[in-house]
Design a binder for this molecule. Sequence first.
Ligand SMILES: C[S@@+](CC[C@H](N)C(=O)[O-])C[C@H]1O[C@@H](n2cnc3c(N)ncnc32)[C@H](O)[C@@H]1O
Length: 365
Amino acid sequence: MSGQFSFSFSGDDIEDEGGASNFIAPSVSAPIQPQPAASAFPVAGKPLLPATSHDLHHMLSQLPSKIAYSTLDIDLDGNGTIQLPRRELWDVRVQLMAEDDGGDPKPGLGNHDVKTGVYEGGFKSWECSVDLVKVLSLSKSFLSEVEVAPRIIELGCGTALPSLALFQWSLGLRTCKKDSVLSMVLADYNPTVLQLVTLPNFILCWALHQRTDSPILENALCSEGELDLTPEVTKAFEDFLSDRGISLSFFSGGWSAEFVELIASNETSGTGDGSKRQTVILGAETIYSPFALNAFTHTIFSLMERERTHGHAAEALVGAKKLYFGVGGSLDDFVAKARELGANVEELREEAEGVRRGVVRCSLP
Ligand SMILES: C[S@@+](CC[C@H](N)C(=O)[O-])C[C@H]1O[C@@H](n2cnc3c(N)ncnc32)[C@H](O)[C@@H]1O
């Protein structure tokens, strides 16, 4: 079918797979019929979703009364582990089906990993997002900087494992408001992904981390694998973010000049007083087609150039497969393109076993 790819596992991409409930999408590089024209953005006659900002308070008000979750243990290569909670895919699916009004099928309810221009794969966690978590575990100290305000921008975040890991580490590192504001920007093509998995995962991460300090959270988590999202819980989440100086912002829509403008207009890092900011842009499995590669590269360059113009530090950490068979795009293409555009690119991590993939750091000279 035009523009739909199933990346190696057939059928239900949001189903419980016998215990490994929120499984990592295994191999995006399994054989797929080459369909470059059919799978390319923009889809004929279908405009990209517009860049849109989503208000956290409103998103919190739209959450269901309960979410189911499981946790994923990530081994940090000899430096311990991190346990990241994620909303269960079957729970997301139940909500999507309940909200199905019989009109256009909801993004993510079909048997495809990606449906170009409709659903870009954000309900599942993809392998390179785990690689990015491992890389970030070695450089997380910038989160507790007092002089330089850290800003994380995760593009194509989906379940947002890299940002979730940074958020979780920051809960341990940032214990009072004297630290500079930590700004976390979460962007996904699909607004439903932000609402149904990205935000719930942040709430879960906070609730599990803080439960021992809060009878409200202990109560809300009393059923195994479930979090009750009472008004008290969502209010406590907002209050906590404000107390710790953490700002969460959400953006959906296709990568474009308007998208960059929108993110830039929402700068919450309190740098109007001339203080410094360090921006880290994250992207895992975001360059799996020539269109995505192009749009993603231009977006991170625009964001980094803006930071440089204002005297702030910026870099991008990009995790991707070495090759996305059939659909084009690859980490090597990204590296070549970024170097062609004048960036410094450093290879930070390479996985030679299984599906070949890597993580690179990209910065402007
Ligand atoms: C395969 S998913 C990866 C999700 C997540 N980063 C992970 O690794 O688990 C690809 C992501 O890229 C984003 N994406 C792809 N093409 C895009 C475009 N043209 N504009 C905006 N976002 C796009 C989608 O939002 C989607 O979440």
